[in-house]
Write a protein that binds this ligand. Structure first.
Ligand code: 5GP
Ligand code: 5GP
Length: 228
């Protein structure tokens, strides 16, 4: 009788633990992995500043890896006690300077940008990725998704001309396997242009997925792809 009770008790405890695990893994539903085209950050009215490591290469750069909910909302600034600490990612810094440069003014070493991304977004996925894991995961996603190559192979080049939004999306879907979301901004003369590309990633940060929900915002049906 007593052993039966203790088995029941163990089962109950296991169930409680599994419930705890489920609620933990549901801090967020998926990530947006967002890359920016530097030419479109720089040719606006506001303009840009190159980081003090020099002009970044003419390629997409990482903007961020953002935990999101399926209803389109997102958590932010989830842990004020877990601030950015460069020492935790010292092995990643040179890769980050190349693939995650900040173009904001005044010129900087990009640390402020990474600090902002970790504190606003990264702290909200800390149940799955610690600080090193967060930046490492974003870098490895960048390595797996060569957007510029996908576009160039489809004849879509950063040459200042205009391309159909649908062709841009098809080129990325064809090369990467998932439908991206394109965010546009406007250049100094008001033309709609390709600014950021969103892809969706599962909660572990390891696989691309189809987006459960797309962001909002408008592009023209033909958009410019400026040079950089
Ligand atoms: P988020 O969109 O991630 O919430 O905020 C981006 C913040 O990072 C803004 O405050 C912006 O000024 C700053 N920032 C610094 N460098 C860059 C950059 O190269 N691109 C973008 N989009 N934002 C940057
Ligand atoms: P659809 O139903 O063809 O997906 O698109 C509906 C509307 O959303 C259309 O006006 C289309 O131009 C716009 N749209 C489709 N895909 C994107 C995208 O990736 N980014 C933006 N900004 N608009 C899009």
């Amino acid at each position: 009788m007593e052993s039966k009770n203790s088995i029941l008790l163990s089962l109950l405890m296991l169930q409680c633990l599994s419930l705890l695990c489920v609620s933990q893994s549901q801090d967020f539903d998926f990530f947006y992995f967002v890359q920016q085209w530097p030419g479109s950050y720089c040719d606006t009215k506001q303009s840009c500043c190159y980081p003090n490591t020099g002009k970044p290469s003419a390629n997409f750069g990482i903007h961020g890896l953002w935990p999101n909910y399926k209803d389109g909302s997102y958590p932010s600034n989830c842990d004020p006690n877990n601030s950015f600490n460069q020492a935790k990612i010292s092995d990643l810094i040179s890769n980050m300077q190349k693939n995650w440069p900040s173009l904001a003014c005044p010129s900087s070493n990009s640390i402020q940008f990474w600090t902002h991304e970790w504190e606003k977004h990264g702290t909200c996925s800390k149940s799955v990725l610690n600080q090193h894991g967060y930046f490492d995961t974003a870098l490895s996603l960048k390595g797996k998704t060569n957007l510029l190559k996908a576009l160039k192979n489809a004849g879509i080049n950063p040459d200042g001309s205009s391309y159909s939004l649908q062709n841009i999306k098809n080129a990325i879907k064809g090369a990467i396997g998932y439908t991206p979301w394109i965010e546009c901004n406007v250049d100094a003369s008001g033309n709609s242009q390709l600014y950021q590309i969103y892809l969706c990633v599962d909660t572990s940060g390891s696989s691309l997925i189809e987006c459960p929900v797309f962001p909002k915002g408008k592009c023209g049906s033909e958009i410019e792809f400026p040079s950089f």
